[in-house]
Design a protein around this ligand. Sequence first.
Ligand code: NAI
Length: 337
Amino acid sequence: MKIAVFSTKPYDRHALEQANREHGHELTFFESRLTPATAALARGFDAICPFVNDDLSEPVIDLLADAGVRLLTLRSAGYNHVDLRAAARRGLTVAHVPAYSPHAVAEHAMGMILTLNRKFHRAYARVREGNFALEGLLGFDIYRKTMGVVGTGQIGAAFCQIALGFGCRVLAYDLYPNSALQAAGVEYADLNAVLSRTDIIALHVPLTPQTRHMIDAESIARMKPGVMLINTSRGALVDTPAVIAGLKSGQIGALGLDVYEEEADLFFEDLSSTVIQDDVFARLLTFPNVLVTGHQGFFTKEALERIAGTTLTNATAYLTGSDQIQKVPLERIQFEE
Ligand code: NAI
């Protein structure tokens, strides 16, 4: 199959070329992001392989379908960037990588919690300057704290197990409670209870019309004062100006973000010599109790291998009509009217 890979970084290329030894697809790598302006590059390809910040809105889907593309084989778990209704209308199949390494993201979320709590980011800089004072580095025991987990799919479930391992009480919310997690000690409650009764909140739901800005001024007001909020899922789960107001008032005690609503213009690029134009993002970076990573939760060796393998297996399965293809589960998606 002729596959155009967009937003290619050297590590993507390496992993896909390795995995392709088993598949023999014809891969062409483009560094460019997929946008209405670059969609023409897809002409002559059967499939495209986009990443999380590629534009798969309706106009781009139309351009791709007109160019002859039949398959979108996403190299991500999330598919909020794809207009699925437009893809269905144009007869495009959308496949994704549902569980390449939920542990990669879950471990990153716990890493953010440990860093924000014990201030590793500040300690690292201090010690290198010869400053061994402990003022400002005070943390708390995570043991016996109540962890709120919003979304207990693949990543949320892995995160719950880590939190249980730390000796936390875990209070979770999901549309579909997981009985294995319940047996392991996770308690399910409604969203309001999870947001208002927990010390640390980790977001692991996908971005959908229902979850967009689920963390806003109103939900922040219901949280415990000084709560720690972690978002490794998708930026738009959080209303960033509301979170900034919560940080300024102290209602939010610490914030860890691996994703940001407007990240498409920032993340995955070296912008160290440019002036950041996004004032909301720049404000976030001024808080000592905010940790931002640039969408690196997925970035482990194991995850890259699995992403490449499943992405190409999806293409092969599409060609052969095999049921091994991991299609986006349309039956669980409520389209916004
Ligand atoms: P998943 O599909 O296995 O789990 C999502 C869970 O959320 C499901 O249990 C589902 O029932 C629940 N859910 C969906 N809508 C809900 C709602 N309105 N209210 C309550 N629960 C709801 O997905 P997975 O693999 O756990 O990934 C979660 C998200 O993590 C992805 O959608 C993606 O946005 C993000 N992600 C971030 C990465 C990173 O590098 N930071 C890497 C991979 C995924």
